[in-house]
Design a protein. Structure first.
Ligand code: HPA
Ligand code: ZN
Length: 348
């Protein structure tokens, strides 16, 4: 490993767009499939990890998700996701989980949230790294199950159920084509009324009208991906003026959505030059042969960024996060200090 890659690995990083199921180690996929009697088409799941579109990716994502059978499985997944992230300088993450298909087959949201929170707490005790949760609605299941999930989450929060204190917000993911985000307004309205933060995947493979619906109809404070945003200059200006964050996943856009043939063609640098708060994230690292080090390294190389550019990207993650002011200030200080120390080492 070069000194630069090693410095990027050690730079404390924030991640705001990472699906916990998309962090599942291949060995865990195989073990949980065996435990829960799920037939996999191959003994080496990584052979399945090549995609031609978001929807072909989602077929695999759903297969991987299906191996999670009980509370202990969710706890193991959450624990391993943090331990694996810490190896790549993860300092703080707000992670998605998308339980629609588990709820559909009779798992209780209470067990899923309690399991995830238990795994995150164990990893936090061991590593000092905090990870919070965003409950995602799966668009493919439609607005009814989405609203039911939020209603159950609200019920659990009000009852002070185990783990609910880790759930910061509501998100929306899965297939975009043929789905109108406005159909999910009731679920997002309820979440907003209950004090949950809101974000949604928009514009990964759809036009900027869906991004606008995300902020104006669903009340989102952030947009996940938002890849098509700059096709609408007026909306782009609003995102710049209001510092509405985008959680961008450049390598995922190449490997999952096949949006561009090469990373060099991704609009990430143009987004940042335009003044957008465009953060850097991995999306589904274990399903795309990625990690935070490689995300930072490849972006730095593809776009000719300097060390200070990469520190600025890490700091933007803090601004876009839902940390409270004190925690955000502390993390900003840590990234700045480590960034300066590691940068000085590189120029020695
Ligand atoms: N887009 C939509 N849904 C998803 C993704 C994504 O990139 N990853 C996991 N679920
Ligand atoms: Zn995503």
């Amino acid at each position: 490993m070069t000194a630069l890659t090693s410095a990027l690995q050690r730079l404390p990083k924030v991640e705001l767009h990472c699906h916990v199921e998309g962090t599942m180690r291949p060995s865990t996929v195989v073990e949980l499939a065996g435990k829960n009697g799920i037939a996999l088409p191959t003994e080496d799941p990584t052979q399945l990890y090549r995609y031609t579109s978001l929807d072909t990716f989602l077929e695999i994502f759903w297969l991987v998700q299906s191996v999670l059978g009980d509370r202990d499985d969710w706890a193991r997944l959450a624990y391993e996701s943090v331990v694996d992230g810490v190896e790549h300088g993860l300092a703080y993450r707000e992670t998605f989980f998308t339980p629609a298909r588990h709820l559909d087959v009779g798992q209780d949201l209470a067990d899923i949230v309690a399991g995830l929170a238990e795994g995150l707490a164990a990893a936090e005790d061991e590593t000092g790294v905090r990870v919070m949760l965003i409950a995602d609605i799966d668009r493919a299941y439609g607005p009814g199950p989405g609203l039911e999930m939020v209603e159950r989450l609200v019920e659990l929060r009000r009852a002070g159920a185990a783990g609910t204190e880790r759930v910061l917000g509501l998100g929306l993911d899965s297939t975009e084509l043929g789905v109108d985000p406005r159909d999910f307004a009731a679920a997002f309205e309820l979440a907003g009324r209950e004090g949950l933060r809101r974000t949604s995947h928009q514009g990964e493979v759809t036009p900027p009208t869906t991004i606008q619906a995300g902020i104006d109809v669903l009340g989102c404070e952030r947009i996940d991906h938002g890849l098509s945003l700059m096709d609408d200059p007026e909306l782009t200006q609003r995102f710049v003026d209001e510092r509405i964050p985008l959680t961008v996943c450049p390598n995922s856009n190449i490997r999952i959505a096949n949006a561009f043939p090469r990373l060099e063609e991704h609009p990430y640098p143009r987004m940042r030059e335009r003044g957008l708060l465009a953060t850097l994230n991995t999306d589904d690292p274990a399903l795309t042969d990625l990690d935070l080090t490689e995300e930072y390294r490849s972006v730095m190389e593809a776009f000719g960024y300097t060390w200070n550019d990469m520190v600025a990207i890490a700091l933007d993650g803090v601004e876009a996060s839902w940390l409270d002011d004190d925690d955000a200030r502390a993390l900003r200080g840590r990234i700045t200090e480590e960034g300066e120390r590691l940068g000085a080492e590189l120029t020695d």
